[in-house]
Design a protein around this ligand. Structure first.
Ligand SMILES: Nc1nc2c(ncn2[C@@H]2O[C@H](COP(=O)(O)OP(=O)(O)OP(=O)(O)O)[C@@H](O)[C@H]2O)c(=O)[nH]1
Length: 579
């Protein structure tokens, strides 16, 4: 290796000569001037010292930044916690919501009208709590799916005369997947057959150790009928919220989420929105997914007209151009031009995506899931397990428990008897999970939903095969197998030499030529080149694909020696589904 002079090394390291000379002095290296040469080992040692110094500086800088960000956050005002109520059928979700709603009506003057705005506030001495007005995980997960995190806390209602039931477990899995804190409400405590101990024991079986047993799972005994314990539940919610230190900036650029939306014959589109950051004001422009709007009026759950909606408020917004989807994130935009532009852009993007999906992409399978996991460096394989009997469920869980390795953990996030359901697909979507079923088959509608949402769903009839599939997932050994699929052909009818390059004027003679396809150039039946398309144009426009019977201009990436009569064959690699 050539020896390096001091000034050369300084330049290479991006520092002043004087700085480098100082480091050399500290190292006790002798030199005459900055033009002196250094031994290889010395140069290497200098590089290491500098790298270390810079690494430390970078680390210090990051720590400073994190500290500043945390300080800035601490300076913001608190916001109320947002709570969703979940649980098994008939365990009392609706009754609890009704009780909470009523208690707040009672607090106000008699005869007050309430307005359904998707969420309502309960004010206590300890603070305000916002409750999502629809029970159950469907509403909750469909909101989550669009990327918005809505609920900070999930209250999971368990009827104390019944204990933990399948949907209770499902609710737990959903709440965990969404990263919400969980509080259990043991309901129906007014009934003589209520058995709090059974609830505790059921929870232990689900790996939740109640505080009463020395653990940290919060369980509040309540009665949604008499109201007993509901105040304690509110206190607990506020306590958990305090620990979570929930804050939001009322001055930030406003952001919210659509809770629900409907069309009113007279008023037009009415959308319920939960404000998460900043303050929305009447007259503001906003975009929710592909829909834009201008806030003409806002109303809260007490039926008050509101000019402003700060973080934590739920309001009904009048002024959307069309119906926004529940769960869509709402962004503030400065004016109508921007609002329309963003909404239109999103529509185009979606159409492109849909068209892209049509050009030969298939349902995601486990190999895709593994790739996503690898990219995300996810070290846990999330599985939803569905089986025909309790016996097989337990057997499979026991075997799976032994299949986790140090690097990859198998996390059975939800396991139940019965066919995979739509709610499983929703859960799998939020948690990037695969659904594996044994001895039960999902309904067609569930399969279709899984395909649409890109959730891998596989059914097995032999336990060993299911386990084997999981083992392959753990080892990441499931290498995908690809085969080539021909999509179409085009014949070169003319060759144009233009300023932007040499273009083949083609006629698509079969199938279609998509812009992103692989191209093989055939001359007299023999392949003379293989590669990608540089540009695909119809008339003057860039297009995504050209169908049979149409002319187009094709420019290839790095190949210009095509001639009239050559055939361009378009193909793509498709993954072969392995059973
Ligand atoms: N005794 C008693 N009954 C209750 C209590 N809470 C709910 N119930 C009753 O339990 C039944 C189911 O209550 P809901 O509130 O409809 O239960 P849910 O969980 O919303 O049910 P779904 O909406 O069907 O999932 C109703 O008959 C309620 O009156 C309670 O604390 N005590």
């Amino acid at each position: 290796m050539a020896k390096v002079r001091i000034y050369q090394l300084a330049k290479e390291l991006g520092m002043e000569n004087a700085e480098l000379l100082e480091i050399l002095n500290e190292m006790g290296v002798s030199y005459k001037s900055h033009a002196s040469t250094l031994e290889d080992e010395t140069a290497q040692a200098v590089k290491e010292i500098i790298a270390e110094q810079r690494g430390l500086e970078e680390q210090r800088r990051r720590e400073e930044e994190a500290k500043r960000a945390e300080e800035a956050r601490k300076a913001l005002p608190h916001r109320p916690p947002v709570v969703v109520i979940m649980g098994h059928v008939d365990h009392g979700k609706t009754s609890l919501l009704d009780y909470l709603r009523k208690s707040r009506i009672a607090e106000r003057e008699a005869g007050g009208i309430t307005q359904h705005v998707g969420a309502f506030e309960v004010k206590t001495k300890g603070g305000t709590v916002v409750f999502i007005d629809t029970p159950g995980h469907e509403a909750f997960t469909s909101i989550r799916q669009r990327g918005a995190r809505v609920a900070d806390i999930a209250v999971i209602v368990i009827a104390a005369d019944d204990g933990i039931m399948p949907q209770t477990k499902e609710a737990i899995a959903h709440a965990k997947a969404a990263g919400a804190k969980i509080i259990f409400a043991a309901n129906k405590m007014d009934l003589p057959q209520a058995n709090l101990d059974k609830v505790y024991q059921d929870l232990m079986r689900e790996q939740f150790v109640p505080e009463a047993y020395g653990g940290d799972a919060i369980v509040v005994p309540i009665s949604a009928k008499t109201g007993q314990g509901v105040a304690d539940l509110l206190d607990m919610i506020l306590l958990v919220a305090e620990l979570e230190d929930l804050r939001a900036d009322p001055e930030a650029e406003p952001k919210g989420v659509i809770l629900e939306a409907r069309v009113d014959k007279q008023a037009g589109v009415l959308a319920s929105m939960l404000v998460q950051e900043g303050t929305f004001r009447v007259g503001d422009y906003l975009v929710a997914g592909e829909v834009w709007g201008k806030i003409r009026a806002m109303r809260d759950s007490d039926d008050n007209q509101r000019k402003e909606a700060p973080p934590g408020s739920a309001v009904q917004v009048l002024g959307f151009s069309e119906l926004p989807h529940a769960g869509e994130v709402v962004h503030w935009v400065p004016d109508q031009v921007a609002a329309k532009e963003i909404a239109e852009e999103r529509i185009l993007e979606r159409k492109d995506r849909e068209a892209g999906a049509e050009t030969g992409l298939r349902a995601r399978n486990i190999a895709d899931l593994l790739r996503t996991m690898k990219e995300a460096e996810q070290k846990e394989i999330n599985i939803i397990l569905r089986t025909d009997t309790q016996g097989s469920l337990e057997a499979i869980q026991q075997i799976l428990a032994k299949e986790s390795t140090e690097e990859v953990k198998i996390n059975v996030m939800f396991a139940a008897v019965g066919a995979p359901a739509e709610s499983d697909v929703l859960l799998a979507t939020t948690a990037n999970a695969a659904i594996l079923s044994f001895g039960v088959n999902p309904a067609g509608s569930v399969k279709k939903m899984a395909e649409q949402k890109g959730v891998p769903l596989q059914s097995f009839r032999i336990i060993y095969e299911l386990i084997d599939e999981v083992r392959k997932m753990v080892r990441g050994q499931r290498e995908p197998v690809f085969k080539e699929e021909v999509l179409g052909t085009a014949e070169v009818r003319a060759v144009f030499k233009l300023s932007r390059g040499i273009i083949a004027g083609c006629m698509v003679t079969s199938g279609k030529i998509p812009r992103n396809a692989d191209i093989r150039v055939l001359r007299k039946g023999k392949e003379i080149w293989k590669g990608k398309i540089e540009s695909l144009k119809r008339l003057k426009d860039d297009v995504r694909e050209v169908a049979q019977g149409f002319e187009c201009g094709i420019q290839l990436e790095g190949f210009t020696e095509f001639e009239e009569g050559d055939i361009f064959e378009a193909s793509q690699q498709v993954e072969v589904m392995q059973s």
